[in-house]
Write a protein that binds this ligand. Sequence first.
Ligand SMILES: [Zn+2]
Length: 227
Amino acid sequence: MLLTRRLKVIVTLAILSTPLFPRLACSQDSSTPDSRVESELAAMGKRGAVIARARDQVLTILQEENACTAWFRQADPDPAGVFQSLHYEIGSGKPAYIFRMADGRGEQFFKQPWAARTTENGGPNSTVELNANGPFFNYISPVMEVRPGGIPVRPAGLQRLAIASFRGETNEAQMTALLHELGHIIGRLPEDDDSWDGRSSRNTAEVLRHCKDEIRRKAKGSSQRTD
Ligand SMILES: [Zn+2]
């Protein structure tokens, strides 16, 4: 009986301590997880600085009580903590075109280069990959006309990039992209992919339904500080 109880206690402790263990293991050196992410970003040069600014802004949104934080909390009790643990990579040589495709009736469809991607339900310490050619870092992109099936036909000028109603490369677009990826990482948003079906746009619309006011407020605050 005693043995059983002791085993139960050990098992319970083991279960309780499992989520803590990676953090304890990681905190053996003197740097905090946050300062490690910051130094990773500092090593990425100008683009790292762009990510760091948007990351700071998103972090302050998630550390405050607001509709955006409350929405993320429905999927994870500590969205700010998960967000703070994330790592970043910049992918180059990724889709660098806006693809334009006409269907048989002359209607045109566009597909932008993706902004960011990550792992669905990846949890703390996931990596967010940002496309060097996407709307996180650029406001304009070359257009490539493609045939149904994705076969490139010819270049077709330049067009603006955007994330929902925010122009590419703006502070608002960058915060939206990071919040969208957090949505995947904690399973707040369903999986989407780089297809023509608009699922990614619907996910972005869902993020903005809850977070647009906070995003606008932060972007306004930052331009007031820097102007
Ligand atoms: Zn997505």
